[in-house]
Design a protein around this ligand. Sequence first.
Ligand code: NAD
Ligand code: UFG
Length: 349
Amino acid sequence: MDQTVLVTGGAGFIGSHTVLELLQAGFDVIVLDNFLNSDPSVLARIKRLAQEPLSLGLSFKHFEMDVRDEAGLIEVFKAHRIAGVIHFAGLKAVAESFEQPLAYWDTNVGGTMALARVMKRFDVNHLVFSSSALVYGLPKLIPIQENSELDAVNPYGRTKLICEKFLTDVCFADSRFNVALLRYFNPVGAHSSGLLGESPNGIPNNLMPLVCQVASGERAQLSIFGDDYDTADGTCIRDYIHVMDLAQGHVLTLKSMLGLLSLPALSRLSVLNFGTGQGVSVKELVDCFEAVNRVKVPHSIAPRRDGDVPILVANPNKAFESLGWKANRNLISMCQDAWRWQQQNGLHL
Ligand code: NAD
Ligand code: UFG
């Protein structure tokens, strides 16, 4: 294909699966990551899984770098002809964002601004941005459509919302600049090989890695944050999406932006939900995990977590209409793949 994609945060959970899919789709890939929340060994695993496309001469490079390091970015852009950028690098934990607003604004907003400045300087005009369902705040209607009101209720969500607004402004001001704002719901699961998965540094914040660690005995029990929400079983509802479905959605998005899909290309500024459209409560996820993997996940009810939204479920129709994308993997696969990853890798790589 002879097109190079720069992937910031490409060693992370969603990034690593997306990089593999990009290589398998025939793109050359450059990963830029400071390994704040990932391990460099992920890159060797991607190489192993992408042996076939790499043997055909595709290029796969990486730079250990902070996305806010503008001078470093300039060197990378100078040395490569980059067709498009997928920007994953960032901080993503709701609770932590209340404690560390400076770090969240600096990394998420500062990183996006540095990247956009350098992209414009080198006339690189296709950007896929990792946004979040949290930009919908407390949605009035479920499932949520892309044109719903926006109003994040925690610092992390606010950084994503302001990045969306910033990129929209850049797009309006420059008719060559194209942006896809992808609002992910809750990505979970792992590559079916068990070689790639979610491996946060330190104590995980997200539900699925915690469920896995409790099931394996690495943690004593799971705290379910609140069972007094206005939902059928009282626990929060999310739209869990398999990370491989999400990774494939990124490849389709980029292909569309580059005019490589048979469908009409995405508009210059597009906003897409990536979810399944199915709501699953915390208790339902734990029950499913226990049943399909035949393991116990000891749990107890704890107080609500600050900044949690009771229900987030996507209407994913727009992604289907514009990209032909829909989620193909169900909650059973998500639980099985996450558990295989946990069993093969334990706490850390
Ligand atoms: P992750 O933490 O696994 O991956 C992020 C990667 O970015 C890591 O490899 C980390 O080392 C790197 N990174 C962090 N700060 C950096 C910096 N300043 N410079 C360079 N690299 C840096 O997270 P993920 O789950 O893969 O999420 C990827 C993106 O998707 C994030 O922007 C996140 O906000 C967004 N998102 C994630 C979820 C989710 O539930 N996982 C949901 C919605 C949106
Ligand atoms: N939960 C628990 N116990 C835990 C951890 C989580 O009960 O130990 C619950 C939470 O209260 C929430 C649900 O599990 O109801 C999911 O929580 P996560 O922390 O896994 O995910 P969030 O929905 O809070 O946020 C995630 C990502 C964000 C992303 C968002 C989009 O962390 O980056 O999904 O919906 F923006």
